[in-house]
Ligand binder design. Structure first.
Ligand code: SF4
Length: 343
């Protein structure tokens, strides 16, 4: 078994020195003790800092963690190491449990592009032209936006959800890049996109991908569907974060470029150490807001507790339940990876 220092140095040997990692080991022990004492579980998103992975009971992408949040058994406390909308989702699905977000700076600029009143107003406007309109919202939305939606989706199942909706006209909220990707895969429906985008994925340019392809010919390029159209067009596969992990493990290829938030490249390097992952990634400041010290303080002081009014929670739960019904809770990927199809 590799030591914590060895694991973290695989990710970043310059940052994770013995002086940095040693206090982390002590903090990790205190967190493990607090988890036992509080009957708590920790859910962590793939983009978190790698030291957080060490105390996570569940690790995954948005869909995986939404499902995991319903499987925490008799745990009384859920500490959510992700961003605010994810912790809200855990609360929506587990109203009886205390859900904590260790740092309130862990928001999401994509989720913030849509509010409940703005979505309600847009629905009213569009219903005059499209009486059959339905709303599908990406899980990267607030609880009040989910409550205005007919169904939720993740990047893993967006195509399946939209295809299975009763209506032929869908208002897709809030990511315009994912909306475009869905429209390409479900041409029989009219997709009206919200104009939001993820600032992290939007910064990645086609030129940077072409430069990597030129420098490392034969590399497998895995792109998140929140990226721009011209970046997705250069990929060998467009996949959710968990889809990328599964792809890298299953593929015969040895070298990859993960085009997404940098936390996933860290996780890939830890989980698939025998392969090489180059980076064309960007750091999300929201996803990196939570530190080990925040997790410890959260467990000690119950901070910061997520609360949602019951009407909003019920409405949001219906939209999430619809997603689970339409997909059978499956983690089907957005598009069949070309290179997997080839193998
Ligand atoms: S990477 Fe950051 S900004 Fe982008 S959707 Fe995720 S949490 Fe939001």
């Amino acid at each position: 078994m590799p030591t914590l220092l060895e694991k973290l140095q695989r990710v970043d040997p310059d940052y994770y020195t013995p002086e940095v990692v040693s206090p982390m080991e002590a903090c990790l022990e205190r967190i493990r003790d607090l988890k036992r004492a509080r009957n708590a579980v920790i859910l962590a998103h793939n983009y978190q800092r790698p030291e957080i992975f060490e105390v996570a009971d569940f690790l995954g992408d948005s869909l995986g963690l939404s499902l995991d949040a319903t499987r925490v058994g008799d745990a009384e406390v859920i500490v959510f190491c992700g961003v605010h909308f994810m912790a809200e989702t855990a609360k929506i699905l587990n109203p009886a449990k205390r859900v904590l977000l260790p740092n309130l700076a862990a928001g999401c600029s994509l989720a913030d592009t849509a509010t409940g009143p703005a979505v309600r107003a847009r629905k009213e406007e569009l219903r005059d032209l499209h009486p059959d309109l339905q709303v599908v919202s990406y899980v990267n939305t607030t609880a009040e936006v989910k409550a205005e939606s007919d169904a939720c989706c993740t990047s893993s199942n967006a195509v399946s959800v939209v295809r299975a909706m009763e209506s032929r006209t869908i208002l897709f909220i809030p990511d315009q890049n994912l909306a475009r990707h869905v429209a390409q895969h479900v041409p029989e429906k009219t997709i009206i996109a919200w104009d939001g985008y993820c600032y992290v994925h939007h910064q990645i340019t086609a030129d940077s991908i072409i430069a990597m392809r030129t420098q490392f010919p034969g590399i497998q390029i895995l792109v998140h569907p929140e990226c721009r159209d011209d970046v997705v067009a250069l990929a060998d596969a467009s996949l959710s974060t968990s889809g990328m992990v599964e792809f890298a493990k299953a593929s015969r290829a040895q070298e990859f470029l993960a085009v997404t938030e940098c936390g996933l490249s860290d996780l890939l390097q830890i989980q698939v150490p025998e392969k090489t992952f180059y980076r064309a990634c960007k750091i999300c400041r929201f996803m990196k807001a939570i530190s080990l010290e925040d997790v410890e303080e959260s467990l000690k002081q119950n901070r910061f507790e997520i609360t949602i009014d019951e009407t909003t929670r019920e409405g949001a739960k219906q939209a999430l339940t619809k997603m689970f019904e339409l997909t059978g809770g499956s983690r089907d990927n957005l598009a069949l990876p070309r290179s997997v199809a080839d193998e």
